[in-house]
Write a protein that binds this ligand. Structure first.
Ligand SMILES: *[C@@H]1O[C@H](CO)[C@@H](O)[C@H](O)[C@H]1NC(C)=O
Ligand SMILES: *[C@@H]1O[C@H](CO)[C@@H](O)[C@H](O)[C@H]1NC(C)=O
Ligand SMILES: *[C@@H]1O[C@H](CO)[C@@H](O)[C@H](O)[C@H]1NC(C)=O
Ligand SMILES: *[C@@H]1O[C@H](CO)[C@@H](O)[C@H](O)[C@H]1NC(C)=O
Length: 427
């Protein structure tokens, strides 16, 4: 009897702090809404066995030289190996980690999840290792902007923490509700890093329950002006989004013509699935960057989709209690992450081709992190998205199995981003 009351109490207590987290969590509802398959069932079905290798492998190093004149390293495919190397930062050494992702400070008891390193499948490729001075050196006198949703922000905060180990940034701007727009400067390197919220990349109007509008409205033809108006001052763009596309939405195309929607069973519009919607939005965004920067030496990176790891229903206190990565073969990627990843990879390839055709200088690449992230069910905050989550008992505690602990596995996203930028610099 006391249970629902307790739950409500805890959720209410959390509200002001985790609203940012709860909004994307709430999205998961729509996985079930749109796809006939229950998202959570997917999580269970894909699981064959548990536990990753427990052998300790020292960090792989010194292989870069061997790779000269070899094909490029593909970081998409690989496996996690244990390492003794410590994370470059911790929950207190970096003042930027969003509260809800500061797992250490919030009391997450296990630390094993911090000691894994991503080893690309091609064994000649070294594990990507982050080096803050090298990163700052490469982006010296440049402005790098992360544009997207809360996963973009999660990645940006990892990068700020990693870079802070070499040089202290100054927060020079913050605005928007829940710090959706922020900018730091590393004066020592004249590097600007900014975070621009744009969950669809294109123009979009969120559903609004108080107006009785239960779907989002997207305009594929129009890049979101929040970032498009800032673009001229940005040298390196990182697009990172996707999760919001699974919500109910109506789509408009060229000349604001109605194209369709992703809930045709309920309305009379033509069906357009959210994979295609995501693809169209990305295409418009890449076209905008290409149009304005094609001849420049600027760069644009598209991070591929990463899936949450709820076991149990997200809205019924589903959890992610694993403390080790999955091993190759334990689990299989499903349609959602496969299709979202594919859309990004293909749109990047098209954009690269467009630039090549006119011998432009703009560099475009995919940050293909879908698989390495998918193998890390152990990297989420789970209940540790606020301090002492079990202060009122274990009942009814919310879990975040979508965002990522910092430090944590997604620091590897930025290690791979560094590899991508090194490659571009060498070319
Ligand atoms: C975090 O890092 C700082 C700076 O390196 C160090 O002084 C501190 O002891 C570390 N804290 C923990 C809990 O490891
Ligand atoms: C500092 O960085 C900005 C980009 O953020 C660039 O426009 C400017 O030219 C740089 N200043 C110098 C002195 O290189
Ligand atoms: C939703 O609609 C209400 C009433 O018109 C408005 O006050 C509110 O700002 C809207 N919310 C959002 C998020 O747009
Ligand atoms: C769909 O179209 C039918 C026939 O044109 C109409 O009767 C019905 O009201 C429409 N439904 C909606 C939700 O617009």
């Amino acid at each position: 009897m006391g249970k629902p009351k307790n739950q409500t109490h805890i959720i209410r207590k959390l509200m002001p702090y985790v609203l940012y987290t709860l909004i994307p969590l709430a999205l998961l509802h729509y996985y079930t809404y749109i796809s006939p398959r229950c998202y959570i069932q997917i999580a269970h079905k894909r699981l064959k066995t548990t536990a990753a290798s427990d052998s300790i492998t020292p960090p792989v190093q010194g292989k870069a030289a061997e790779l000269k004149n070899q094909p490029r390293c593909d970081y998409f495919d690989g496996h996690w190996v244990q390492t003794i190397a410590k994370p470059l930062y911790n929950g207190t050494s970096c003042g930027t980690i969003k509260w809800a992702q500061n797992c250490m400070i919030n009391g997450r008891p296990d630390t094993g999840y911090l000691y894994w390193q991503w080893q690309p499948k091609d064994n000649r490729c070294p594990a990507p290792v982050f080096d803050a001075s090298v990163f700052l050196g490469i982006i010296k006198n440049k402005h790098i902007a992360f544009i997207g949703d809360s996963l973009a922000r999660n990645q940006l905060e990892s990068l700020i923490c990693l870079l802070s180990t070499a040089s202290k940034p100054e927060l020079v701007y913050q605005g928007g509700d829940d710090l959706k727009f922020r900018r730091w400067v590393f004066y020592e390197y004249n590097v600007t890093l900014s975070s621009l919220w744009s969950q669809y990349l294109v123009k979009g109007i969120d559903r609004n329950q108080s107006k009785g509008i239960d779907h989002n409205t997207l305009y594929f033809d129009t890049p979101n002006e929040k970032w498009a108006s800032e673009l001229d001052q940005i040298d390196i763009v990182v697009f990172h989004n996707g999760h919001w596309f699974v919500q109910k939405a109506i789509y408009y195309g060229e000349g604001n013509q109605l194209l369709g929607c992703n809930f045709p069973q309920e309305s009379n519009c033509t069906e357009l699935n959210f994979y295609d919607a995501f693809r169209k939005a990305l295409r418009t965004s890449l076209k905008e960057v290409t149009k304005r920067f094609i001849k420049s030496d600027k760069a644009v990176v598209v991070a591929t989709f990463t899936l949450a790891h709820f076991e149990g229903d997200w809205d019924k206190f589903g959890t992610c209690l694993r403390t080790e990565p999955y091993k190759e073969g334990d689990v299989e990627m499903q349609d959602l992450e496969k299709n979202m990843r594919k859309a990004a990879i293909e749109e990047v390839a098209t954009a690269v081709k467009d630039v090549k055709e006119v011998a432009g200088g703009l560099r475009i690449g995919a940050l293909d992190v879908t698989k390495l992230t998918f193998l890390r069910p152990d990297g989420h905050p789970g209940p540790y998205m606020f301090p002492n989550p079990f202060a009122n008992g274990k009942e009814g505690v919310m879990n975040d199995c979508m965002h990522w602990c910092l430090p944590g596995p997604i620091d590897t996203w930025n290690a791979i981003l560094l590899e991508l930028m090194k490659r571009w610099k060498d070319e």
